[in-house]
Design a protein around this ligand. Structure first.
Ligand SMILES: [Zn+2]
Length: 424
């Protein structure tokens, strides 16, 4: 049985990177029996029958109720490979769709997306504490079934998992405790104890994946009792579509009584997809029935159409911004960027001047915009066009930074105040 865990950084955004790709094809392309996705960013209202009833898979979604288009995890189980006996998608204490639990004959699977630090450590640790307690309660409720905990834990475990200078954090301490108290093992590290530069997440804004300047924060944690059945575990850094890559493990687990689930939390039982479910039952009963929209499918037909629009929509423009290159700049959202870009265009019609060459590589630099709400908001600057990487890596960005000339005159006091310390 092949198990994959992947922070897909927006299911629709990920799908849109391969125009015309169906959701079924996307799942098949992930090539696993059990797929655990994090950060789906889906809302319940966006569900289409494609997503709820993928061919051959039972689908279990947890949505954020607190914030739309945020967080969210989903587990897909190939029903011919593994029966899902029970499922719970409403466990997240933060109401942010961060946990899906599925119970199988041989193990209990927890698919989780832990909060990033994001300036709110208390909230992050609240979820981590909940998760540890939940693992303990699952172990108490299912003493015969080992726990498999997978997902984006947003924790760098050891110095070897960090491209930069590793620092022990509250998250590190939590993960150490979880592993020892719950008897879980980091399956990738178990199989590859000395593998360095084995990362699962890279900063997209700085193209750091190109120089493999990343961190390992995505895990498949196995109950120690399952280790004899772990036959392989690896990362899949070539798999594109997200700022994370999948972690994949193969377990010598077979389920002779596999079949489609009857667990009520399965998305195929959502009332609006009852039409498709009936067709599935007809199929399972040996009768094939034509794929004709049922009267009840009216609502989902509309949703399906919007989903198709997502599939055929061109991928969003990639916005690059330095996170640390300059003194203040970072592009926070594409919408913000576009609004600044529009105002810039209004001020400076025509083509921008050719960019200066960066000091380290003598290559044309990139023009960027400050989008942090500070004195330099909206200002343009040039940075090295290379991706972020380790200091001294010639393929990585040099420290070139230069403000672009302002297109319109500014008052003397503003110009002085906004002059950065690093400018030479
Ligand atoms: Zn350079």
């Amino acid at each position: 049985m092949k198990l994959l865990s992947w922070n897909i950084n927006g299911l629709r955004a990920n799908l849109a990177k391969t125009p015309g790709q169906s959701f079924d094809a996307f799942l098949r392309g992930c090539d696993a029996d059990v797929l655990c996705f994090q950060e789906t960013k889906l809302t319940r209202a966006e569900m289409s029958s494609d997503l709820a009833c993928p061919d051959g898979y039972d689908a279990f979604y947890s949505f954020s109720r607190r914030k739309k288009g945020y967080s969210g995890v989903a587990t897909f189980v190939r029903s011919a490979a593994l029966a899902t006996l029970e499922a719970d998608t409403n466990l997240c204490t933060l109401q942010e769709g961060r946990l899906v639990q599925t119970v199988h004959r041989e193990f209990v699977l927890l698919n989780t997306y832990c909060p990033a630090h994001g300036g709110n450590l208390a909230r992050k640790m609240e979820f981590h504490t909940f998760l540890s307690a939940h693992v303990a309660s699952v172990q108490a409720a299912h003493p015969d079934k080992p726990v498999v905990l997978v997902g984006d834990l947003n924790v760098i475990h050891k110095p070897i998992d960090d491209c930069g200078v590793f620092e022990e954090t509250e998250g590190t301490v939590w993960l150490d405790q979880l592993l020892s108290e719950a008897g879980l093992v980091d399956s990738f590290r178990h199989v590859h104890p000395g593998a360095s530069q084995a990362y699962t997440c890279w900063r997209a804004l700085t193209s750091a994946r190109e120089t493999n300047y990343g961190v390992r924060i995505d895990y498949i944690l196995l109950d120690g009792h399952l280790l004899p059945r772990l036959t392989a575990c690896g990362l899949w850094p070539e798999k594109e579509g997200s700022d994370h890559c999948p972690v994949v493990a193969t377990l010598a687990v077979a389920d002779a009584d596999a079949g489609p689930t009857t667990a009520a939390a399965c998305a195929k039982f959502y009332p609006e997809f009852a039409g498709k479910q009936m067709r599935m039952q007809a199929f399972l009963g040996g009768k094939s029935s034509p794929r004709r929209p049922s009267p009840r499918a009216g609502k989902s037909a509309w949703q399906q159409q919007t989903f198709r629009a997502f599939l055929t929509a061109p991928p969003p423009t990639m916005i690059l911004a330095p996170a640390e290159a300059g003194p203040t700049e970072s592009i926070e959202t594409i919408a913000e960027f576009q609004s600044v870009a529009r105002s810039w265009k209004a001020l400076l019609p025509g083509r921008p001047p050719p960019p200066p060459l960066c000091s380290g590589h003598k290559e044309p630099s990139l023009l960027r915009t400050v989008l942090k709400r500070n004195d330099n908001y909206g200002r343009k600057f040039y940075i090295c066009a290379k991706p972020e990487g380790a200091p001294g890596d010639p393929k990585a960005r040099c420290d070139f930074f230069q403000w672009a000339k302002r297109p319109a005159p500014v008052s003397e006091s503003t110009a002085k105040r906004s002059r950065p310390n690093t400018e030479s």
